[in-house]
Design a protein around this ligand. Structure first.
Ligand code: SF4
Ligand code: SF4
Length: 545
């Protein structure tokens, strides 16, 4: 196996025997072959689209297959085998569709006719031939870097598109989004080597991802209302309990409906924390607060949680010790863990009722969340006034994924060290490094503004654009610095969006992606002045002078 798609990859180089995430060679193989087959599907589907034919089943199949291979989503080989079989069926359907609508089929790439071996040993060999090291030899590292950058961007974008699809978000942009998925995968199906063309597909991925994030924002706020500043309890209260982790708002809503009146308290975990600020979710009185921190602490925190646990999307880890009371739903899966079908959460509820629950109330501790674009822009006049009066001198966006590397303490040190006349905006699970500190306020405006999930990066972009319009300067000229942490492929598509928007001077950590070659890094530095984080002290000095 070879995988270097996330930040925790072995020696910042590649996982080759088993993933640091726990991904086995067989799992990695099945995921690689799924990706290979859907490139073939996209080759035919792109032809059908060129004749004006879209298919909702193919859209869903492509997006779900990509999301399935994102880090920490699916570790269940049996489910992956089913997904691979389904992908083969859908590829055949895409070919039929292209023919049916008069497309001329010629120059079929190998992935369009590829047949997986009948046994795992054979599949492992096939995956080896398709792997990064093998393509590095034939195509060169820079070409493979740009191919993989695009693939990881597509995977991240697929996760956002999946969430928007779950909420039935249909807009006039939808066709453009599906078209780009097909186009970009069909492009990769041809094993492209032109670096300029690859760069331009990567920037286009950033552009389309902005539309996907906008669609997701519309889906979330259209369904659950705009997040509003909300005080949230972060300590448990006595009673039976269910913990919901992942990123999916619809799963949480259904669980809340099914647990109403059952004497069970529901807590959010990790990236579900922002759900507590949506009017249509926080109205459920038994949604009592947040428990724990970011995804990488789940093994310690879940073992101590005295109830049932539901993983709604990515970021699952080996549930050793609590596999009997953790459940998966949607695309997330772990071998041996009960998977909930069709959002019937009865097994989760029964497990919570059987468990002990919290025996006492812990002392109350509250944090404030809910500063997505609507809330922040609602205070825009005040913010502009404070900037003009030099009471706010600088904005920092300190956010992104969290992870287990020691270097990630940088983000807490950074947030703690910035001067009192600055505002920190944050999003995604990296915020757990510092979201329980008291940063105070500037004339009533909290200094720490929690924008939401990584899925809400759209909010941060909207706020930055609104500020730039208010001050009549470009985003790069604003007193705003972006200090981002990455972990997996969602962060990749957000980075591509920032590049598409021409945003410069992003500081990225805790380490640069292993898949970025020195030549590609040079391009990013030259055009966007991307830089690695150093120390909190040095970076703050460099930014504020
Ligand atoms: S997802 Fe990350 S940790 Fe898992 S195998 Fe790939 S690079 Fe390694
Ligand atoms: S922000 Fe990234 S690392 Fe954190 S939970 Fe979301 S996807 Fe996982």
């Amino acid at each position: 196996m070879f995988c270097y798609q996330c930040e925790q990859t072995v020696d910042c180089s590649g996982c080759t025997k088993i993933g640091v995430c726990g991904k086995k060679e067989t799992t990695s193989t099945l995921q690689d072959l799924i990706i290979h087959v859907i490139k073939g599907t996209a080759f035919y589907y792109d032809l059908a689209i060129s004749k004006g034919r879209y298919c909702s089943k193919l859209n869903k199949n492509i997006i779900d297959a990509l999301f399935t291979t994102v880090t920490n989503v699916n570790f269940d080989d049996e489910r992956l085998k089913e997904i691979l079989s389904e992908a083969l069926v859908k590829r055949a359907r895409a070919k039929e569709l292209a023919i049916e609508f008069g497309a001329e089929i010629k120059n079929e790439p190998e992935c369009a006719t590829f047949i997986p071996a009948y046994d795992m040993d054979g599949m492992v060999k096939q995956a080896e031939e398709l792997s990064v090291p093998s393509r590095n030899k034939s195509l060169g590292e820079d070409v493979v870097c740009l191919q993989e950058l695009l693939m990881f961007g597509l995977k991240g974008m697929a996760s956002y598109a999946h969430h928007a699809m779950v909420l039935g978000q249909i807009s006039d942009k939808t066709d453009e989004i599906y078209k780009y998925f097909a186009e970009a995968l069909a492009f990769l199906a041809t094993n492209p080597t032109d670096t300029n063309e690859l760069l331009s597909f990567n920037l286009k991925c950033g552009e389309i991802n902005l539309k996907v994030m906008e669609a997701l924002d519309g889906a979330n706020t259209g369904t659950y209302g705009h997040p509003e500043p909300t005080q949230v309890r972060v300590t448990p209260i006595k009673g039976k309990s269910i913990l919901v982790s992942g990123h999916d708002l619809k799963d949480l809503e259904e669980l809340l409906k099914q647990t109403e009146g059952k004497g069970i308290n529901v807590y959010t975990h990790g990236e579900m924390l922002p759900c507590l600020a949506y009017p249509e979710l926080k109205k459920y009185k038994h949604l009592v607060g947040n428990y724990g921190g970011a995804w990488q602490d789940q093994r310690k925190e879940f073992s101590k949680f005295p109830g049932a646990i539901l993983m709604t999307t990515n970021c699952i880890q080996n549930p050793k010790g609590y596999a009997n009371r953790i459940f998966t739903c949607g695309l997330v899966a772990w071998n041996g863990v009960e998977h909930i079908a069709d959002r019937d959460f009865t097994p989760v509820i029964n497990s919570a009722l059987e468990a002990e629950g919290f025996l006492v109330d812990e002392p109350e501790k509250l944090i404030t969340i809910g500063f997505a674009h609507n809330a922040v822009l609602g205070s825009a006049e005040k913010v502009i006034e404070l900037v003009k009066a030099e009471k706010i001198k600088h904005f920092f966006l300190v956010g992104g994924c969290d992870g287990s590397k020691p270097g990630r303490n940088y983000y807490a040190e950074f947030a703690k060290a910035v001067p009192d006349d600055t505002v920190i905006m944050t999003l995604a699970c990296g915020k757990y490094r510092f979201n329980k500190f008291d940063f105070g306020d500037i004339e009533g405006l909290p200094r720490l503004l929690d924008i939401g999930q990584c899925n809400d990066a759209y909010s941060a972009i909207k706020i930055a654009v609104a500020l730039s319009e208010a001050f009549g300067v470009g985003v790069n000229e604003l007193p705003l610095s972006m200090i981002l942490s990455w972990y997996e492929q969602k962060a990749v598509c957000i980075l591509l969006t920032l590049l598409h928007l021409g945003i410069k001077n992003v500081r990225l950590g805790p380490s640069l992606p292993a898949f970025i070659t020195p030549n590609v890094l040079d391009i990013l530095v030259e055009n966007y002045n991307i830089m690695p984080i150093t120390t909190a002290e040095e970076d703050i000095k460099a930014i504020l002078g």
